[in-house]
Design a protein around this ligand. Structure first.
Ligand SMILES: Cc1ncc(COP(=O)(O)O)c(C=O)c1O
Length: 386
């Protein structure tokens, strides 16, 4: 068997990437102005069916812009999943707000029932706001994360948000291309249902700009304000007048050139991700000790694949990871749960036993769009042989 390294998730640049980046360099427009930025925003907005989009430096920056725009500040509470990449929570910390951690359902996404219980039993309404009874703090927002590309239950979350006066910022950093199937949101892209949505173009995402992000909202004024904040909140380009403080969060023209070319490939990548997922399921169907974890919905982007042990067993999970890494297959456990991370230990967490169950039983396996059939065969042969 070959011992070539098979990476977890690497970019796929076989379209116009080089051409557009070369054009940006030749034009000498490489920084935070240039035609590709606006074009990338326009094409993303068209793809997602929204009026406008704001290109920024990263998904984390995008989440921060949303929280800042919705006036989530020190002393406010934001409801977050424990099972997510730490960036979701870091953005809350940047605003000095308090995260409250929630468990996941079987598709790894935040549990709306647990949120409903918290809001109805532990909060009260005060002057049109929702206030946590024990702390007196205002609950301002929910950040549902579409984990690994599967979808949160946006119908229930939006109902709760309306009833309890909350903003919903969809962390769609992992779910670009996914389309909801349920209820009144059927046909809408992930990221476009909440008050704002955020995408990431980090190197491991379905499309990449090296590093980058995009914020979308159905509210044009919100997108305009976030774009303004992302450019140091500059009101006057000649005299450099600033009425607010902002951030250096604008995407560069070089990144946007890459993004524009990658977006042209998105439909093809979605098809490959789906086919590779199905192939993994088939190859590991008879594995005695684990299976590929299913996606709950059909129109997902199949971004990241999870191999799940039949029973949670952290020691076995770690042995499997070591065995595959020793055989030059890059795999990893899902993120250490955020409510157990040192910076967040002082914050409230609900019972997160479902997330713990998945943390102890899942590893993520290679999912690049340029994986070959031989590489997938090798991954599965090693998993089966373990
Ligand atoms: C769930 C989640 N949220 C936020 C981020 C942050 O995105 P970025 O790395 O572009 O800052 C990522 C990805 O890296 C992520 O996976």
């Amino acid at each position: 068997m070959s011992d070539e390294l098979i990476c977890l998730s690497i970019p796929n640049f076989k379209g116009n990437e080089k051409r557009y980046v070369d054009e940006a360099i030749e034009a000498e427009w490489v920084s935070t102005a240039g035609a590709y930025i606006g074009q990338f925003e326009k094409n993303m907005a068209a793809k997602l069916g929204v009026a406008d989009a704001c290109a920024c430096q990263s998904g984390t920056a995008g989440l921060h812009l949303c929280l800042r725009h919705f006036n989530v500040n020190a002393g406010d509470i934001v409801l977050v999943p424990t099972l997510t990449f730490i960036a979701t929570i870091n953005a809350v910390m940047y605003q000095g707000a308090d995260p409250v951690f929630f468990d996941c359902t079987d598709n790894l996404c935040i549990d709306p029932s647990q949120i409903e219980a918290y809001l109805s039993e532990e909060c009260r309404e005060e002057d049109g706001k929702t206030v946590e009874i024990s702390s007196g703090k205002t609950v301002k927002a929910i950040i549902p994360v579409h984990v690994f590309g599967d979808h949160c239950d946006m119908v229930r979350l939006m109902e709760l948000a309306e009833k309890y006066h909350l903003y919903v910022i969809e962390d769609a950093t992992e779910s670009l291309g996914g389309v909801f199937e349920q209820g009144q949101y059927a046909g809408m892209h992930t990221g476009t249902v909440g008050h704002a949505g955020v995408f990431s173009f980090n190197g491991n995402k379905i499309i990449t700009t090296g590093g980058g992000g995009m914020v979308v909202s159905r509210d044009q004024a919100a997108v305009d304000h976030m774009r303004y904040l992302s450019q140091q909140a500059k009101d006057d380009v000649l005299y450099f007048v600033h009425e607010e403080f902002g951030y250096n969060y604008r995407m560069t023209n070089l990144q946007a050139a890459l993004g524009l070319a990658q977006l042209e490939e998105l439909d093809q990548f979605l098809e490959i991700k789906r086919k590779n997922f199905e192939r993994y399921c088939e190859l590991l169907r008879d594995c005695s000790y684990g299976k590929i974890h299913p996606f709950k919905y059909k129109n997902v982007n199949y971004w990241f694949y999870s191999f799940k042990l039949n029973e949670p067993d952290a020691e076995k999970r770690d042995r499997l990871i070591k065995y595959l890494n020793d055989n030059r297959i890059q795999v990893r456990p899902i993120w250490k749960l955020n409510h157990t991370q040192t910076p967040f230990k002082g914050y409230r967490a609900m019972d997160c036993s479902n997330a713990q169950y998945f943390y102890d039983s899942i590893i993520n396996i290679p999912c690049s769009t340029n994986l070959t059939e031989e590489q997938m065969d090798r991954v599965c042969a090693l998993i089966t042989a373990f």
